[in-house]
Design a protein around this ligand. Structure first.
Ligand code: C2O
Ligand code: CU
Length: 495
């Protein structure tokens, strides 16, 4: 009897020690080293395609081609800009002052306007942003070395230093730029701006073409720097294009009242055959863009951010006295069946070279030594996430499944993805190309893209706090490697 009890006690103690050991082990192994390469973490996922493991091994050992060689074209630029990152006080329309980090002393930073086809050169000067800064061209499929990700495609630019970006602007549409060094803090504090690429051939230029960024400054919702009512005179009959950008971490719903409008572009790609909408709320993903167009009526039109005081009123006399009341949108715009179908280079019936699954869930565990309920990708907590490996030219299918109750705006750098289906329902409207896809809780999207832009690309949630909390992974082209490191001397910290 005594012996049996002793054995039981010993087993219990051994069990507790094992359990503690396991917890200790998972804590120990979750800690990130002081400096590391993104090539060294996670596990390669070949999506059922060719493995090329020897090449991946080479990449890990540093024999692969450096992504730093994937520069934009040389030659004389068509457009040149200088963006100076510096601390500044930003004044909102109410007079409220924000202690911000800025490009050029304002937030949003200077609006960069280029023409499709231009060779663009942007010199980034860091005047006094202590943490360092980079510029990521969100939605522009630039060559990898111009992508602006600290610790992956370059070192963060320290105060007193410069970095020059060069790329050919092949796309036409609405894009934005932002720092990708400690981006969760930098973007929130003001290191972002709009990049507009005008089509090379424009039948009729809109009379008013205006970018409007939804941003939250320390709890205050704004449209550009308007935290109340902004007004602008627009003559009736004028064609108006509003370029809506969401630089926040969560989805934002815009309402446009006073005129029927069309959504003419999503994420920098024009839609085919968009039809007029009335009283539809436009829920825009964090990081996403919608372009809307309408003809100015002989009365006021208001663009508002739902559930906030921020609005911009366009009216014939600029007084906007006939201020439309804030309407609750009757329905929410859904791109899945909007507009007319049109031929695409590939589709649901294509033969795919690789198929990747990206499942987002929550899981208790350690993130860099900190215990908590963590984000997980395919069941694993960062840095134990997959790295999707492709070969140049591959046609790729990606299925994103959100097994959490939160919204995740998933952003793939360097590529545009064609939406094939949501929750098994085929996309049936205009081709819907996206770079930042809002995936609601328990939704599943099927997407396709061509792997035609070699390098090492982030694929992450654009709720930048989620990204910083581990919702980050990479798409890697075999044969390429990065010489840059996270952490270390340059203090590279992309999230
Ligand atoms: Cu706009 Cu990796 O981000
Ligand atoms: Cu998220």
């Amino acid at each position: 009897m005594k012996i049996a009890r002793r054995v039981a006690a010993a087993v219990l103690v051994a069990g507790i020690i094992t359990a503690l050991g396991l917890v200790g082990w998972s804590w120990w192994t979750s800690r990130l080293p002081g400096t590391y390469s993104v090539m060294d973490y996670g596990s390669a996922d070949f999506g059922g395609g060719a493995k090329a493991s020897a090449e991946m091994e080479h990449a890990r050992m540093g024999h692969a081609r450096s992504v730093a060689t994937l520069n934009g074209p040389r030659g004389v630029p068509d457009r040149r800009f200088v963006l100076t990152a510096r601390r500044a006080t930003v004044r909102l329309s109410s007079g409220r002052e924000i202690d911000a980090l800025t490009f050029g002393g304002r937030a949003p930073g200077p609006e960069l306007r280029v023409r499709q086809g231009d060779l663009v050169e942007v010199k980034l000067v860091n005047q006094d942003v202590d943490g360092g800064v980079t510029i990521h061209w969100h939605g522009v499929d630039v060559p990898n070395a111009e992508d602006g990700v600290a610790g992956v495609t370059q070192d963060a630019v320290r105060p007193g230093h410069v970095f020059t970006y060069r790329f050919r602007m092949r796309q036409a549409g609405t894009f934005w730029y932002h720092t990708h060094e400690v981006s969760s803090e930098g973007v929130r504090r003001g290191l972002y701006g709009v990049l507009v690429s005008e089509p090379r051939r424009l039948a009729r230029a809109p009379g008013v073409d205006m970018a409007v960024v939804a941003h939250e400054f320390g709890g205050i919702q704004t449209l550009n720097t308007t935290d109340g009512v902004g007004r602008r005179a627009v003559a009736p009959g004028t064609s108006v294009r509003l370029r809506l950008v969401n630089s926040e971490n969560g989805p934002q719903t815009f309402t446009l009242t006073g005129a029927p409008f069309r959504v003419v572009a999503i994420d920098g790609t024009d839609l085919n055959g968009p039809t007029p909408l009335v009283d539809s709320g436009l829920e825009l993903a964090a990081g996403g863009r919608y372009d809307v167009a309408f003809t100015m009526p002989p009365r006021a039109v208001a663009l508002a951010l739902a559930d906030t005081k921020a609005r911009i009123v366009l009216s014939p006399d600029g007084a906007g006295d006939a201020l439309p009341v804030q309407v609750q949108p009757r329905r929410t715009f859904d791109p899945l069946a909007y507009g007319r179908p049109r031929a695409t280079p590939f589709g649901a019936a294509s033969r795919f070279d690789r198929r990747f699954e990206l499942d987002i869930s929550r899981k208790p565990g350690f993130l860099d030594g900190r215990p908590g309920l963590q984000w997980a990708i395919n069941g694993h907590i960062f840095p134990d996430v997959p790295m999707f490996v492709v070969r140049s030219g591959d046609l790729v299918k990606m299925t994103i499944r959100n097994d959490t109750g939160s919204v995740h705006p998933m952003h793939l750098h360097g590529h545009h993805m064609l939406v094939l289906a949501r929750d098994g329902v085929r996309a049936s409207g205009s081709p819907w190309w996206t770079d930042t896809l809002e995936v609601h809780g328990h939704e599943r999207y099927e997407l396709a893209f061509r792997a035609d832009n070699p390098g090492l690309w982030m694929d992450h949630c654009h709720n930048l706090d989620h990204a910083a909390a581990g919702l980050t992974m990479h798409l890697a082209y075999e044969g390429f490697s990065t010489p840059f490191r996270i952490g270390g001397e340059a203090h590279n910290e992309p999230e």
